[in-house]
Design a protein around this ligand. Sequence first.
Ligand code: FAD
Length: 391
Amino acid sequence: KLPPIDGDFYDYDLKLTQEERAIQLKVRNFMEDEIEPIANEYWNKAQFPMDIIPKLAKLNICGVAYDGYGCPGLPFIMEGIIAEEMARVDVSISTFFGVHSGLAMGSIYLCGSEEQKQEWLPKMQRLEAIGAFGLTEPNVGSGAAGGLETTCQKEGDHWILNGQKKWIGNATFSDVTVIWARDLESNQVKGFLVRKGTPGFKAEKMENKMALRTVQNALITLSDCRVHEQDRLQKANSFKDTAKVLRMTRAGVAWQAVGCARGAYESALKYTKKREQFGKPIAKFQLIQDHLVEMLANLTAMKAMVYRLSELQDHGLLTDEHASLAKVFCTMRTRDVVSRAREVMGGNGILLEYDVARFVADAEAIYSYEGTKEINSLIVGRAITGYSAFV
Ligand code: FAD
């Protein structure tokens, strides 16, 4: 009898409580039953399966680690477990969820007033309102801390927003988009909750992506877009507040990377046991086993790292550099795992229906978003040397 195919070789998940394990299995079942059968099709046609949203809502997992406002208030480790389980089957769905539950809800949770939280978080928790997060711009990616070109200017009890945002996930259909803009008066970054249908807000779908094709990324144009002072994130006073949101979500991307690597590893391992060459399963060849073991070793190291990362988060000890180190390491290792997974599948590794090609492509996107490898390395480098090498 062949051993089971499971990427959790050290049984890290035994650390979870029964309640946490039940949520993990609920998400796993949802992903395997509802998403796996359609994942390649939607990725291929670059569309988002809107009808999964009510089903996803039933899992009651949005804002899983936030307290109040209808959110479950569970340990942060659950946010990680959910990201891993989703990405293990489809990194796009995990990204949709991360943008909504992490970046958008997280901005409101960390930077919103009590009224803003009361208005948005309960309905976002139920996925009755979808969120997006607009920081990156056509000319400003890594340098967002100092150089946003999108501006805001106070006019009476309104703010006037002008500029463009690029790559904004979910923004083609979001009910609320968090827009970060530089105040022309104070030069500080402020955040705004831009409601769907606000005049002067236009979101156009970005085409021709070779990764995360199911995610609907938008180019947003803000032309004299008027937002009421009440919809300015009341506790976002500078980029330092934006960075608090990113610290939390970068930890989630590290977990996503584990899921992406795990999905590819498990598919590849299954394949090598079935695929025969020279009259025997290719899993019997030493060089194939070496690839599989390298993948598993990476995966196992990554998992140890993200578990500890979430423990730090749960103890209120997570720093930017903790999150950045895990984001860098896990997305780098994932790139290695998915490329080995592709390699052991030979030609079939580049066919979508063999369930590895999608992970190979998607690993490229998570490697670059929420801070590139270089930017997250520089955050860690600054912390350990005391020298900032950004400019
Ligand atoms: P650039 O900043 O132009 O960087 C280009 C290269 O230069 C990189 O290798 C970078 O590391 C390097 N570099 C830059 N500065 C330095 C430096 N000081 N030292 C050394 N090297 C440097 N953004 C949002 O706001 N919301 C979203 O929902 C969102 N979703 C995304 C989804 C996808 C699929 C992708 C690909 C991106 C998404 N982004 C989103 C944007 C993402 O966060 C940016 O792509 C990322 O921050 C990098 O910015 P950039 O692409 O402009 O690259």
